[in-house]
Each structure stands twice: as structure tokens, then as C-alpha cells.
Design a protein around this ligand. Sequence first.
Ligand code: DGJ
Length: 729
Amino acid sequence: MIAYNKQNHTIKLDTPNTSYVLGVREGGFLLNLYYGRRLPDDNLWSLAKRLPSASFSPCDPEHTDFSADVAPMEYPTNGRGDFRAAALSVRNADGNTVTDLRYVSHRVIAGKPDLPGLPQLYVTDDAQCETLEVTLRDPYTGVEAVLVYTAFCDCDVIAKHVRLTNRGEQAVTLERALSSCLDLPSMGFDLITLWGRHTKERQFERRPLAHGLQGIRSKRGASSHSHNPFAALVQTGATETTGEVYGFNLVYSGNFVITAEVDHDATTRVVMGIDPEDFGWLLAPGESFATPEAVHVFSAEGLGGMSRVFHRCYDAHLIRGRWQTEKRPLLINSWEAAYFDFDTDKLISFAERAKELGIEMLVMDDGWFGKRNDDTNSLGDWFVNEKKLDLGRLIDSVHGMGLKFGIWYEPEMISPDSELYRTHPDWCVHVPGRAPSVARQQYVLDVSRPDVRENIFGQMRGVLGRYPIDYVKWDFNRNLSEAGSALLPADRSGEFFHRFVLGTYALQDRLIRGFPHLLLENCSGGGGRFDPGMLYYSPQIWTSDNTDPIDRLSIQFGTSLCYPASVMGAHVSASRRAGYRTKGDVALWGTFGYELDPNKLNGEEREIVKEQVAQYHKYYALIRSGSLYRLICPWNNDYVCAWSFVAEDKREALVTVVRMRRQDDTLFHLKLQGLDPDTIYTVEETGERYSGALLMFAGLEMTDSAWDDGESCKLHLIADGAAEPGVPA
Ligand code: DGJ
């Protein structure tokens, strides 16, 4: 898997279908020789060739044939002649930021070492991966960088992070400490990213690379609605099914940057990590800092191939705990059903109706604590509003019906009108001399402080320890401004944003360790913190507050670029566009549930819901363990979307088609993917039989002028035999 060629001083990391090659050049410069389809160990140094140097490129004083300006640097530093985006910039005791790293040693270990305090991919058995640690050191400051790479045996994934330690005698400040860099010898790529906003998360955007800098970032203190910490570089002309694709995803929930830079030689550098703006980390002698982990995927099978690698990897190596494999309860959430307007009896009535429909859990959303009847108060006062609610009676009734019970929290927030704020005004995120800004009438709580975390966890334990609660929805409804902590000295103020994220991770970790039975679902005004960092703690995330099934298509298609179906919170609501069938078909892609007042459903709607509940159970295993194929994407047309889940053994598939807008008189053949061409499949709904070859290469005839805007259909394909050559199915 990871092989060192001593003679050539190259290190090759292999996954089943990819290779990643490093070379150590004379002078100790660590270069990236290759990343792509799997290669044998053959003439790898030929891949280091770049133009000798541009006319203004500075050369290393002791190796005048080498200029970092034109070399494929593996972990580029600032101020030493490489003028592209640096991965590392350290302000030293002299006050300058010239940073240099040279190879010292490397080692290969079985398995994957822990990355303390940070979310990360994991393995359950050391045989599932190998890890390479390459140690580099700055000869002048003594700053040491250990580049840590894990190559997985069961998926084409390489995870990277960097551990920085001050081995010198004077304090330094990390001003830029990114997780990863990749230098590619071409600019023949398009950059794909996922932009968005509240209620319109993860919209697909594709642009050709141009000379200079392009990319995305978040300065919001959360990974954000605006940009997901994901990017793909796709070979020009690559499609959903063809072409080479590099996928990048940062396992982090705070400020981040992903930049692609094309230089004068038409090479492309991709760097990713914590956004250096508003970042600084003081490293006293002996202290260490670990960057978040970055996930890299290469696929030669187009965007779809890349997504399926991410999905398999995250289901197996990111989602943890009992809910990784245990069937998730089908839930009904009170938010869109009642907002703040509920009491014990109303919620019991929801549970009674839900029970009749086959729903398995009632989630009580915002409004149960302090004196909260609207969003102006009480965040931070995590005790039951007994004027409004008898929580013991509610949970007893719900459990008595055989349903599970869930509850909502927003632990990182504090309302100015709360007992907590009146007692501890200093606990909100703020800087001296400036009043903190409000958003949704709330401040942010400084969870970088251990005492604050202790208080919040203590309050949560008070409720979760007293009542038998099965599920927690963890919300986060504003971004950070005036970012500072009363506990941090001035020379550490740049550490605040990262410490805040570490505080959130520490709290979530404590919650799931303290209450291991809990199903935790993250949320941030919908999908404002939908990232692999959060998924390490919660196996599902509320995808968007937008539950309109047509709007959901572009949100769910975008989300699926790197996140599997098992994590995508998706509910049927009373939203007006499209009927209940379409709402159900779209929500079935995700965790599935309801977000409506079940008392308001009419007889016909109730029957549809019962059918949907039955289908949820019928297709659960196929959707969770099958492979996703995006057949027709919303970013390619305005009329129709289609996707399918195909079982691993290709014996079963579920195809869903949504007609967004009618296009009369247009022939429509839907070409399926991922089937076995030599197998005959029966369409359960019609009894028609087709070979996999016909379904994939010619397509299923679906022209039907009876389809109306917003309608959908599902087709369940079941393999019933091998296609015989020359014999019609
Ligand atoms: C935002 C979430 O996305 C909603 O689902 C709901 O929980 C509200 N917050 C409650 O305030």
C-alpha cells in the first residue's frame, strides 16, 4: 500500500485504483510527483519535470538548479521563492515570515493514529489502511511539520493532515497552517463548488480554471450555508459518468479556504485548510498544533464515480456509534407543524396521529425551555418551561404508544433576555469596547471556554439524565461576529475561531459519550453546518429548512456530491408546491420523516403517508447500502431530475424521476446506470422486463404527456435472470 523506494527516494501510496507519489529531492525538498490512476513504480521522477524556472524565479542558494517557484511542492512555505499560495507561513521571533521546510525522515505505520480533539476518518481494524508520516523541519526556526497521510485499502481515499511543533527555542506564530496542497501539472480542469444561502444550500457551480486565484471560503465561524468545504477539479469535458475527477473535502466545521491557483506555467495548485484570515496560533517552544483533516478522492469515472467513493468512505469511516448500522427511526418533527405554539396535549395528539400512520419518533423542536414562546429569549436557559409543558407526562405518553422521543437544543447560543446572560454577560462571544451584534435576536456563547462548556453540558445533563430522551437535534442559528473570548490574551486572539470549533467538538463528544444511546442530528438553520466535521458526531444533519420538494432537488443533488443518503435529513412537509407523492419520493432519498401537523391531513393524504411509511421500510436497505447514480441532474436542465440506488450485487434498483416542468412533445428515454448489462430486470410497477443493457445503453422510454409539473414516479427493478444472447427479454 505505501512503498518507499530507497534508491530513488520516492514514496508511493496506493489505494485500490489510485496512486499518490512523493519524491524527496536533493536538498531535502519534498515534491508531489503524481496523483491519479494507479501506477507501477516505474520512472516516477520523470513526473517531476516542470519548466526549469521562469526568468524571475529565485533559486535555492545551495541548489541553484532548484526553484520552489516552479516545482510541485508538497507542503509549500512562504517567503522562500515559491510565489503561489503557501500552505505554511510562520512569523518567527525576528518578526518575518520566511518559512522553509526540509525532509528529515519518514515512517509507515499500520492503521490510522488518532487526531486528538478533531473529527477524522477512522478505521476499526489496522488492516483497513496504512499511514505515512513525513517529518520536515525548518533549519532556522526549528519548526517541525509532520505530514500525515492515510491511504485506505477499501476505497480510493487519501486523508491528510499536518502536525506542527515548535522544536526551537523561541515562540513563533502560525499565520497560515493549511491541511493540504496538491500541485497538478495542467490547468485543463473545471472547478466545481457548492454555494448557497439559508433555504438554498449546496447549489452546484462549475467554472473553467483561469490563471490566478479562484476558490471559496467561510469567515462565518461555521462551514456555512454560503460555501460547503468541498471542491472538485474535473478534467475539462469530464461528465457525470466519464473523465478524471479530484474531490476535496475538509473535515472541519469552522472558517475554511479552498483555493485553486493557476500559475504562469499553467500548473494548478489546490490548497485547503483553515482560512488564514482571522487566524493566528502562538506556538511556544515545545507546543504543537494539528490542522484539520482533508479528504482526497480521485476517480477516473466522472463525478458520479467520485461521489460514490465519498459515500462509501463516509458510511464506513466517518459515521460512528450504534447509529452507523442501526435503523434510524422514522420521525415527525413539531417545527413546521406548530412552531412555538404547542403544549403537552398538542404534542401528545401529534404522537397519537403519528402512531396511527406508522411513524416511530416524535421530535419536540424549539420552544420547550426557559420562557420561550418566540425567538426573542431564553437560549442558554435549558430547563423545562413548566408553565407550558409537563415533559414527564409527554414522554410517558409518547413512549407508552411505542414511539421514541426527541428534543431540540441550540447549545452554542445565548439570548440577551435569558437568566444565563443576566448572570454571565461575559460568556457571550465579544471583544472589548464593542457591543456584540445580534442576529435572530441572539448572541453566540463562548464555547471556547471550559467553564461555559461545563455549564451548558451540566444543564443538558440535567434534562437528558432525568428524562428518557432518545434523540437530540443540535441547532446553530447565527454566524459569529466580534469574535473574541474574554479568556484569551491579545497575542492569542487569532486562536479564537478555531478554539470555538474545538469547543463545539468537545461538547458534542461529551454528549455522545455521556449518552451513547442518543441519536444526534446536527442542524444550522437547515444546512449551514453540513460538513464531515459534524458528521463525526452526528450520523445525520438537517439538510435545509426548505422542504419544498422541487427546491429540494437541487439541494439534495448538490449535497450528494460528497455526502451519502444516510446523512441527509429529508422530511415531507405541508409545503404547497407538488403533491404528497412527490414530496415522499424526494424525501425518501434522505433520512425520511415528516414536518407537519398530522391532525391536518385529510383521508387521502393519510393513506399516502401510510404507503410512504411502508416504502421507507421496503427501500431502507437499498438506499442505505446501494450506490447512488445521478441520472439527470437539475444543473443540466430545468425539466426533469432522475436518480437511482443500485444494490451492490446489481440485483435490485430503485429509480426515481421527478418532472419539474412539462416539456410536451419531447421524446424522453431515461438511460440508467450501474446495472448489469447481462441481467434481465423486471419493473415491479408494470411487470415489463428489460435487459440491463437496454436500460443503460438505449434507455427506458418515459415520454408521457400525462405527466404534470411537479409529478414524480418510482420504478423498482428486480433482477430475474440472465439475458440470453439474441433472445428478446
Ligand atoms: C432552524 C432549524 O433549521 C429549524 O428546523 C428549527 O429547528 C428552527 N431553527 C427552530 O428555531
